[in-house]
Write a protein that binds this ligand. Structure first.
Ligand code: M6P
Ligand code: ZN
Length: 183
């Protein structure tokens, strides 16, 4: 059956429903080890919701040639001086690329290649980001309101979280006197 897809509704109300839409929630406790300030992390509520992702998966995971789409709402906040951020990942099929685009709020897309070189792009409503293959990607909310961004990626990309869990990103996005700074 065909799905009637109304981008405005998907974006503003985050309300696509159906069995091929997967909603997931990440609470702070699931981001253990990601933030640099262990003491600040330990003092925080582990049930606090950091971000939610609605993914529209029109084909089965791992199908070659298909596309997936997601919309992520990342709440504002910090662990110590480090902005709330997504887990971040490489793709399991490492050469697969992805688009991100900003919908609402402000943030930074943090990127890292296999040589562990890190750079960042500012996300804002209407910003478009091409993430090449073999580049890990993570998003931080640098604002005071929720950050909403959307993504489109190949259905056979897969998520490799292990590499980032083990070695992290080579730089962190820290609030230095009100200025988001990679350190
Ligand atoms: C985007 C896409 C998804 C990803 C989500 C959250 O919507 O890249 O594939 O799952 O962001 O990012 P992460 O999986 O790194 O927590
Ligand atoms: Zn990805």
């Amino acid at each position: 059956t065909n799905r009637i897809f109304i981008p405005e509704v998907f974006f503003t109300n985050n309300c696509l429903t159906g069995e091929d839409v997967i909603k997931s929630t990440r609470v702070l406790g699931e981001l253990d080890g990601i933030f640099g300030d262990r003491q600040a992390f330990d003092g925080m509520d582990k049930d606090q919701v950091i971000y939610q992702v609605s993914s529209y998966l029109p084909v089965l995971e791992n199908t070659p040639g298909g596309l997936f789409m997601g919309i992520t709402t990342l709440y504002p906040g910090k662990v110590g001086s480090e902005f709330f951020m997504t887990k971040g990942h490489f793709h399991s099929n490492s050469d697969r690329a992805e688009f991100y685009w900003g919908v609402e709020g402000e943030g930074m897309l943090i990127l890292m290649n296999e040589q562990r070189e890190v750079w960042a792009e500012r996300i804002f409503p209407g910003s478009l980001h091409y993430i090449p293959g073999k580049v890990a990607h993570r998003v931080a909310n640098t604002g005071y309101q929720k950050l909403v961004f959307s993504a489109c990626w190949p259905s056979d990309a897969g998520h490799d979280y292990a590499t980032i869990s083990a070695a992290g990103f080579a730089q962190r996005l820290i609030d230095v006197n009100g200025v988001p700074t990679l350190v």
